[in-house]
Ligand binder design. Structure first.
Ligand code: KG4
Ligand code: ZN
Length: 347
């Protein structure tokens, strides 16, 4: 089955075509064509600006789709597609609508069904693309991106429930806000982690600062990162002037606090379940320390560990096509009721 996937939930305009076969519990995929365009226009606003995202998606989605079809040796008139998978939420509603309206247009033109996809399920399913074996369930997935921080119990590829989530800022958002406090431009995550790496390389055993680990002792599996950001702000005010070294050390202490918090909560989720597999996904997994610490955690827990490739960790359309395949046999959607759902949840 050939699926064209469309992703426009945030600041990536992405289209892919995959060929999918097999049972949905042990599916296999090959990518026929794929393109992701990241909107850089948001940098000046320090975050993603919804109406600008919408305008850019409207401008870029048709040529990207044509380009991907061409890459696959097809065309708008001869697409050879069996279904269209499109992100219906969560995300920025004006941005989501662009993908949905375009999917509806193509669906009519090509006479193929639409499979609406939950973006977070896409992130979880992104790990299937890079594995040949079938994943053992149940699994616990930690989803960390600019918009979300969620611990999810994955019963199988179609049944999820949220175990814990952030009560305020998402992890990526916290990285971006701390970066802004240090005068670094959006997206700040990679810049903070580069500074933290420098600090560890230059002064391996002498961290200068320590920030609180938010909600680390709470009974639940929820997160909160806005207080941590405030601690960083107070520290910066106290220091008055920031040298390159203090910036590096702040980044390091912030990253350490985030990583310890994520690890502690994920470990707790395993203690409370019989999960056999750990999945981490979302744009923040590009962070090297996070990758390393979670790999070590999986070893310590004796569970399988899945992490998408960096290309599939940030928003992309391959993960949307894959999640679409998992729902290929669901009840057909009514075009009139298909709509953007900015706050769509996994359960
Ligand atoms: O999943 P994603 O591409 O988009 C959303 O759906 O949000 O995640 C983007 C987020 C941004 O907040 C960015 O700063 C963060 O991921 N990020 C990182 C790193 N690379 C990207 N955060 C920490 N360390 C990194 N190396
Ligand atoms: Zn995402």
């Amino acid at each position: 089955m050939k699926i064209l996937g469309i992703e426009t939930s945030c600041d990536e305009t992405a289209v892919s075509i995959i060929e999918a076969t097999g049972d949905i519990y042990s599916p296999s995929f090959s990518v026929i064509a794929n393109m992701t365009h990241t909107q850089t226009e948001h940098e000046q606003y320090g975050g993603v600006f919804p109406m600008l995202a919408k305008r850019e998606h409207i401008k870029n989605l048709p040529p990207i789709t044509e380009h991907v079809l061409k890459q696959a040796g097809r065309s708008m008139d001869k697409p050879g597609i069996d279904a269209i998978a499109v992100t219906e939420g969560p995300g920025l509603e004006p941005a989501l609508w662009v993908g949905i309206e375009y999917a509806k247009e193509l669906s009519q033109k090509w006479n193929v069904p639409i499979i609406p996809v939950n973006h977070m399920e896409g992130h979880i399913a992104s790990v299937i693309a890079s594995t040949k074996s079938s994943v053992e369930f149940p699994a616990v997935a930690l989803l960390i991106s600019g918009g979300h921080t969620e611990l999810v119990h994955v019963n199988n590829w179609k049944e999820y429930n949220i175990l814990g989530e952030t009560r305020d800022d998402a992890v990526g958002e916290a990285f971006d806000k701390v970066a802004r406090l240090l005068d670094l431009r959006y997206p700040g995550g990679p810049k903070i982690s580069a500074l933290a790496e420098k600090a560890r390389a230059s002064r391996p055993n002498s961290p200068q600062f320590h920030f609180p680990r938010p909600m680390i002792h709470s009974e639940d599996l929820d997160f909160s990162f806005s207080g941590l950001k405030t601690s960083v702000l107070y520290k910066i005010r106290e220091l008055e002037t920031l040298t390159e070294e203090t910036k590096e050390e702040i980044a390091r202490a912030f990253e350490d606090a985030v990583v310890e918090t994520l690890i502690t909560k994920t470990k707790k989720a395993f203690m409370e379940s019989n999960a056999k597999t750990l999945i981490i996904a979302g744009g923040v997994i590009a962070n090297k320390l996070i990758r390393k610490e979670f790999e070590a955690l999986a070893k310590e827990l004796g569970v399988d560990f899945y992490i998408p490739s960096t290309e599939l960790a940030t928003d992309n359309a391959i993960m949307i096509s894959i999640a679409g395949y998992l729902h290929k046999d669901d009840k057909a959607v009514d075009m009139k009721t298909l709509k953007a759902q900015g706050n769509l949840r996994l359960n």
